[in-house]
Each structure stands twice: as C-alpha cells, then as structure tokens.
Design a protein around this ligand. Structure first.
Ligand code: PRP
Ligand code: ADE
Length: 172
C-alpha cells in the first residue's frame, strides 16, 4: 500500500535523539496540516464506532495533542496519561520500555467508561501496551488504540483483540 499523503509532512531525522534512531518529527505536520491530521485520525473510526467511545486518553506529551483535539471534535471527555511526578491522586502506575529509554506512566481513577487511547506514534508498542494495562487497572474499558504513525512491522500491535489503527503505516 502507498503511504498516506500526510506522510510527506513528516520530517525524517537520522540519529536523533541517539545514533541509530530515525526520528519521525511531526512538527511540520502539526504546523501546516493540523486539521487534516485530526480528520484523518477521526476517519479511522466509523460514526457508529465513535458512538461507542466515551473518553479519549492522551499519552504524555505528544498524545495529548491528538486526544484533546479529537475529544473536542467528538464531544468526549479527555483523560491524561502522565509521566511521573506530574499528577495528584495517582491511582496506579506502570513501568515500560521505550525505543530509546525507559519511563513510567501514571493515571487517576477511572469511571468504568469506554476509552480510546491516542498517541502520535507507535514504535516498540511499549507505551501503548503499558497504557492499555494501566487504563484497565484504574477502571476503564479499552475501546481501541489509534496513532498518526505506525512503525511496527505488519502493523501487528494489538491488545486483547483491539488492533491499533494508524494514519501513516511505514511498513505497509
Ligand atoms: O512505541 P514506543 O516504543 O513506546 O514509542 C512511542 C512513544 O515514544 C514517544 O514518546 P516519548 O516518551 O518520547 O515522549 P514525548 O511524547 O513527551 O516526546 C512517542 O510520543 C510515543 O509515546
Ligand atoms: N522513531 C521515532 N520517531 C519519533 N518519535 C519516536 N518515539 C519513539 N520512537 C520514535
């Protein structure tokens, strides 16, 4: 399959932030094509599927951008998935591995509603996998996972039957 037209606005930066990493910088996409990007993520789900989603979770920090915009567009609630030391009333936290480091994520208590998890990019899937587990631990039902860029081979990341959906798939 050919790359989505929005892929031309990704700046591919070799050896950032470490040697060997090809960094997919979304800055030009956000700067010049923000509405089109939000609409493209929105179109990954049907009207009927959007009706089954109550809340959008954004993974700090780039995930906030997309989850917040889509929450506004679809009139849903927005939930933060935060890095350590930022959130009061933390109900649960989880440690996870990144393509170029380690981190942990924290969340407040959920309310049993159906949540769609948003991030800019999936590389190893560590952040999304950790967030799925954390959402369930704090008391949300996973409705799905979506991102702008998918770097996973064969787009195979799934969590308990929910397949990640993405706009730009580099391994198609
Ligand atoms: O699939 P993975 O291997 O987990 O990698 C993807 C994650 O890495 C980046 O976040 P980062 O922790 O660099 O934070 P940032 O959004 O604050 O830049 C990116 O925004 C994703 O959240
Ligand atoms: N290759 C990559 N480009 C941009 N953000 C990332 N986060 C993790 N891996 C990344």
């Amino acid at each position: 399959m050919s790359l989505h037209p929005l892929a031309q606005f990704i700046d591919n930066v070799p050896d950032f932030p470490k040697p060997g990493i090809l960094f997919r910088d979304i800055s030009p996409l956000l700067r010049d094509h923000f509405n089109a990007t939000i609409d493209a993520i929105s179109d990954l789900y049907t009207v009927e599927e959007w009706q089954q989603i109550d809340k959008l979770a954004g993974i700090e920090s780039r995930g906030f951008i997309f989850a917040a915009a889509l929450a506004y567009k679809h009139q849903k609630g927005f939930v933060k998935v935060r890095k350590p030391g930022k959130l009061p009333h933390v109900h649960a936290s989880i440690d996870y591995g990144l393509e170029y480091g380690k981190d942990s994520l924290h969340m407040q208590k959920g309310d049993g509603s159906r949540i769609l998890i948003l991030d800019d990019l999936i590389a190893t899937g560590g952040s999304l996998n950790a967030t799925c587990q954390l959402c369930e631990q704090v008391g949300y039902q996973i409705a799905g996972m979506a991102c702008v860029i998918n770097l996973t081979s064969l787009n195979s990341f799934a969590y308990k039957g929910h397949q990640v959906r993405s706009v730009i798939n580099y391994n198609d």
